[in-house]
Design a protein around this ligand. Structure first.
Ligand SMILES: NC(=O)c1ccc[n+]([C@@H]2O[C@H](COP(=O)([O-])OP(=O)(O)OC[C@H]3O[C@@H](n4cnc5c(N)ncnc54)[C@H](OP(=O)(O)O)[C@@H]3O)[C@@H](O)[C@H]2O)c1
Length: 319
């Protein structure tokens, strides 16, 4: 099968489309023919081996996993002996956090994927896993958002943020969204009640009060969280220095600020699929690339200015 391969750390140019062995399908795995992938900041972090400390997991001198890619949507074409609940031909979406998804076929544990109704497109569903799970878990699992609360979402126009705005509204919150002025109308169209354009108002001086602060950009300080919020969830990071200094100061503060790593699990994927089915969640795709342009897609999102999601389509490849 065809897959993108990296044998060393570097930019998108180190990715090569190659013929590789089919993945083995373990007992509790399904084999998925990939129709679409999405790009996430984690893809280029893992590609470049940055931040450096992440190499203790991904491989110190060269990547342990040769095939990158997390988010996928596709069709079930095989299954392990203990798999129940999935049939050949089902449409599924999910994520492999450490890679292997930028390929024609991906073998995935059934705990890391969910099926979705066939009226929804692979392109839309591939855009959801990492960003949608992060938004859902930040708001609900860690942020304990309740109906009627007021939430501030910093970085509201990106992959995570644009899902967070919609999920917070669906759970009955009032949402103030922070993004650049060029994306103000976009986040309003997603349901945001108020927008703060960070290029017109300094968020570090903003005096609004919120029950929950979600920072998908990662530039808020502990003082920002304390000034504006009753509790906070830190999702993104701008620099390691900023992240560590915020976490260091938090260790000596009673302010309830949580930092977490997204967990790929079936229950949350099913929740997101139901929200799509109910019309409460609508992925916004800024740009579609062909599978041949996966390196370009990763290069594109490195600017960290994506409006919604970027996806890559494999649908032109006959097996
Ligand atoms: N903790 C986890 O497990 C986890 C999981 C997924 C992602 N993340 C992290 O979360 C962050 C966001 O991921 P993503 O997929 O949403 O990235 P993304 O799609 O690239 O979105 C980044 C967004 O940041 C906004 N932004 C840029 N400068 C900003 C500023 N000064 N203030 C507020 N917003 C600003 C941009 O909006 P404008 O274009 O409008 O400026 C853009 O929409 C990344 O750091 C990623 O690594 C963490």
């Amino acid at each position: 099968m065809k897959a993108f391969v990296k044998t060393k750390y570097g930019g998108p140019e180190v990715l090569q489309l190659e013929e590789v062995e089919m993945p083995t399908v373990e007992n509790d795995h399904i084999l998925v023919q990939v129709v679409a992938n999405a790009a996430n900041p984690a893809d280029w972090h893992l590609l470049r081996g940055k931040p450096f400390f992440a190499r203790f997991t991904s491989g110190l001198f060269k990547p342990k996993e040769k095939v990158p890619g997390a988010d996928f949507a596709g069709t079930v074409v095989g299954k392990g002996s203990s798999v129940t609940g999935f049939e050949i031909g089902d449409h599924v979406f999910g994520a492999k956090l450490m890679g292997t998804a930028f390929a024609e076929l991906v073998s995935v544990p059934v705990s890391a994927c969910a099926s979705f109704p066939k009226q929804f497109s692979f392109t839309e569903m591939a855009s959801i896993p990492i960003a949608g799970l992060t938004a859902l878990q930040a708001l609900i699992t860690h942020g304990k958002l309740k109906a009627g609360e007021i939430v501030l979402i910093n970085g509201a126009s990106g992959g995570v943020g644009h899902f967070a705005v919609q999920i917070a509204k669906a759970y009955g919150a009032t949402v103030t969204a922070v993004c650049s002025g060029r994306n103000a109308a976009f986040v309003q169209s997603l349901g945001a009640d108020k927008v703060i354009a960070y290029d017109q108002e300094n968020i570090h001086l903003h005096k609004g009060k919120y029950d929950l602060i979600l920072d998908a950009n990662g530039n808020l300080t502990l003082d920002d969280y304390k000034r504006m919020g009753r509790r906070g969830v830190m999702i993104g990071f701008t620099t390691l220095g900023h992240m560590f200094s915020t976490l260091f100061r938090k260790a000596f503060s009673k302010f309830p600020l949580i930092q977490f790593t997204v967990e790929v699990n079936k229950a949350d994927l099913q929740t997101l699929a139901e929200m799509v089915t109910q019309g409460k969640l609508k992925p916004q795709i800024e740009k579609e690339f062909s599978y041949l342009e996966i390196p370009e897609a990763i290069g594109y999102i490195e600017a960290m200015r994506t409006r919604g999601k970027v996806v890559m389509n494999w649908k032109t490849i006959p097996l």
